[in-house]
Ligand binder design. Structure first.
Ligand code: NAP
Length: 496
C-alpha cells in the first residue's frame, strides 16, 4: 500500500561507513524535515565498530550539521537512531537484532515494516540476505524490503549468482537495486519531457533525430579509491548501470501506464534491442582511455598509474566512449554516443539530442557551420533544459544564428531539489520500485557490457595513458564521431 507518510524501521548495514554518513543520514533527515516521514520511524545502524547509541547519534548529528536554520530539533531527530554492533557473517547475532527490531516495532508503532539497506561491500550482500531470512527477520506482520547498493555483480555470471542467492530470501518485488542516477530530478524528467510535450514526442525517432549523446564527465581522478577502481574501471562503474539506464529512458516507447511494471518493461525492450557487438568488433564501436598527467589551472596532476593501489602498468580504463545502436523501428540508424571518464575538463552529466538538418534551409550562414536544433538535458551539476533554435541574425538580412532557450531547474529552488537518495529512500518506503533496476535490466546490461570487458581484458592497451588530465578524453573518441560526420557537443556552459 502506498502512503505518503510510511511507517518503518530502516536497518542500515554499514552504518559507520561513508555512504551512510554522506548520503543516507542527510537524506533521512531531509525526508523528516519535509514531513514525508511520520514520527513512526526508527533507524538501526549495524557495523562492527563498538559504538553505542550515543556515538551513532553524534555521528548522525555531525552529518546533518549543515542544516542549521530549519527549526528542526536535531536531538529529537537523532533519538530515532539505534546502534547494534555485530559482524554480519556471525549468524547468531541476527537473533539479537531480531529482538531489537521487535522491541522498536512496539516503541515506534512501525507495524512490522522493515527496510534492510545494505550499505556495505557487495561480497556481504548474499550472506546478509540469507541470514535475515534464516533467522526469521523477514517474517513480520508488515512488509520487508531489501535495498542493495551498486555494484550488483562484476559481470553477468557473478550478478546471476548474487541474484539467485538473494532471491532465496527475498522475492523480486521486495528487492530494490539502487541506481542513484534514477533518483536524480532531471533523469526522472526525461520521461516527462518526452511524453508530456506535443512538440517532442512526434519528432522523437529516426526520421527527425540524427544522434543522441550522453556524457558523464568528472574532473576528479580515482583519488584514494585506486584499489577498488582497478577491479572496476569506467565501463563497469558507469556504463553498465547509469549510462545504459539513461539510454533506456531516452529510447523507450511510451508506457501504457506509469506503473513500475509497465515502465520497466519498456526499458527492458530497449536493452533487448541493443545491437550486440562481437568481441572482434569492440574497438570499432568503443574507445577506452586512461588519464595521464596534466596541468589544470596551474596545478600539476598525476597520472592514474601513479595513484595508490594502482598497478604502474595498469590496463584499467578511466574513460569509455561508445556508439550504441538500437535495432528497432523507432531508432534504426540513430547512433547513441556515450562517454564517461575521470579527470576530464569539466564535471557534468548531460544529454544532447541532435535533430536532423532540414532538407533545405535558405537561412544558413554560408561562412559558418549549419546549426542543428539541439535539446540539451542537464542532469548535474546544473539541472535544466536548453533548446537551441535558429533565429534571424540582427542586421544580416536572411542569415540565421543559433539562440538558446534555457530552463534552469536548480536556480529556481535549488534548496528544495531533492537529493537522489532522499527520493529513492522515500520511494522504497512507499513501495514504489519504478526508479530501481529490475533483475532483467541488470542481466541484459551485464551481457552487453561483458563482451566489451572481455575484449579489453584480453588485449593490453598499448597507448595508455592516452589522454591528459583536464581534457575531454582521447582523440580516438572524437574520431569515432567524425567518421559518422558528427562531433561531440561540449555545451555544458552553466545554465543562467
Ligand atoms: P565503507 O565506507 O567502506 O563502509 C563499509 C561499512 O561496512 C562500514 O560501516 C563497516 O563498518 C561495515 N562493515 C565492513 N565489514 C563488516 C562486517 N563484517 N560486519 C559488519 N559491518 C561491516 O563503504 P561505503 O563507501 O559506505 O560503501 C558501501 C556500499 O555502497 C558499497 O557497496 C559501495 O560500492 C556502495 N556505494 C558507495 C558510495 C559512496 O559514495 N560511498 C556510492 C555508491 C555506492 P565497520 O568497519 O565498523 O564494521
Amino acid at each position: 500500500m502506498k502512503t505518503n507518510k510510511p511507517k518503518s524501521i530502516i536497518v542500515i548495514f554499514g552504518a559507520t561507513g561513508d555512504l551512510a554518513k554522506r548520503k543516507l543520514y542527510p537524506s533521512i533527515y531531509r525526508l523528516y524535515r519535509s514531513g514525508k516521514l511520520s514520527d513512526n520511524f526508527a533507524v538501526v545502524g549495524v557495523a562492527r565498530r563498538p559504538w553505542t547509541n550515543a556515538v551513532l547519534r553524534d555521528n548522525v548529528k555531525e552529518s546533518i550539521a549543515s542544516f542549521k536554520n530549519d527549526n528542526i530539533d536535531h536531538d529529537a531527530f537523532s533519538s530515532h537512531f539505534h546502534y547494534h554492533p555485530f559482524d554480519v557473517t556471525n549468524i547468531e547475532s541476527y537473533q539479537e537484532l531480531h529482538t531489537l527490531l521487535n522491541d522498536l516495532d512496539g516503541e515506534y508503532h512501525t507495524e512490522g515494516n522493515r527496510i534492510f539497506y545494505l550499505a556495505m561491500a557487495p561480497n556481504f550482500f548474499g550472506t546478509i540476505a540469507e541470514n535475515l531470512k534464516s533467522q526469521g527477520l523477514t517474517s513480520t506482520e508488515g512488509w520487508s524490503r531489501l535495498v542493495i547498493e551498486k555494484p550488483f555483480g562484476h559481470n553477468y555470471p557473478s550478478a546471476k549468482e548474487l541474484n539467485e542467492q538473494i532471491r532465496q530470501a527475498f522475492t523480486e518485488d521486495q528487492i530494490y537495486r539502487i541506481d542513484h542516477y534514477l533518483g536524480k530530478e532531471m533523469v526522472q524528467n526525461i520521461e516527462v519531457i518526452r511524453f508530456a510535450n506535443a512538440m517532442f514526442e512526434p519528432l522523437w525517432n529516426n526520421q527527425y533525430i540524427s544522434n543522441i549523446q550522453i556524457t558523464s564527465s568528472e574532473t576528479l581522478g580515482v583519488e584514494d579509491r585506486g584499489r577498488y577502481y582497478e577491479s572496476s574501471g569506467a565501463l563497469r562503474d558507469m556504463v553498465q548501470n547509469h549510462i545504459l539506464q539513461m539510454m533506456a529512458l531516452l529510447a523507450m516507447e511510451p508506457p501504457i501506464k506509469l506503473t513500475p511494471e509497465e515502465i520497466r518493461s519498456e526499458k527492458v525492450k530497449v536493452l533487448r534491442a541493443l545491437r550486440p557487438i562481437e568481441v572482434e568488433d569492440v574497438n570499432n564501436y568503443f574507445v577506452r582511455g586512461q588519464y595521464g598527467q596534466g596541468n589544470v589551472s596551474g596545478e600539476e596532476l598525476s597520472a592514474y598509474r601513479e595513484a595508490n593501489g594502482v598497478d604502474p602498468e595498469s590496463n584499467t580504463e578511466t574513460y569509455v566512449a561508445g556508439k550504441l545502436l538500437i535495432d528497432n523501428f523507432r531508432w534504426k540508424g540513430v547512433p547513441f554516443y556515450i562517454r564517461t571518464g575521470k579527470r576530464m575538463k569539466q564535471k557534468s552529466t548531460e544529454i544532447v539530442i541532435q535533430f536532423k538538418d532540414l532538407p533545405m534551409n535558405l537561412y544558413y550562414d554560408k561562412a559558418s557551420n549549419v546549426h542543428p536544433n539541439l535539446l540539451v538535458i542537464h542532469i548535474q551539476p546544473d539541472e535544466g533544459l536548453r533548446l537551441y533554435l535558429n533565429a534571424k541574425k540582427g542586421d544580416h538580412g536572411t542569415v540565421s544564428m543559433p539562440i538558446a532557450m534555457n530552463y534552469n531547474n536548480s536556480s529556481k529552488d535549488k534548496m528544495n531539489t531533492p537529493e537522489a537518495y532522499e527520493v529513492l529512500l522515500h520511494d522504497c518506503m512507499r513501495g514504489d520500485s519504478t526508479n530501481f533496476t529490475h533483475w532483467d535490466e541488470v542481466a541484459l546490461s551485464w551481457k552487453f557490457v561483458d563482451i566489451i570487458s572481455q575484449a579489453w581484458e584480453n588485449s593490453k592497451a598499448n597507448d595508455f595513458p592516452n589522454y591528459e588530465s583536464g581534457t575531454m578524453g582521447p582523440k580516438a573518441s572524437d574520431d569515432m564521431l567524425k567518421e559518422d560526420g558528427y562531433h561531440w557537443w561540449n555545451v555544458s556552459n552553466r545554465l543562467d
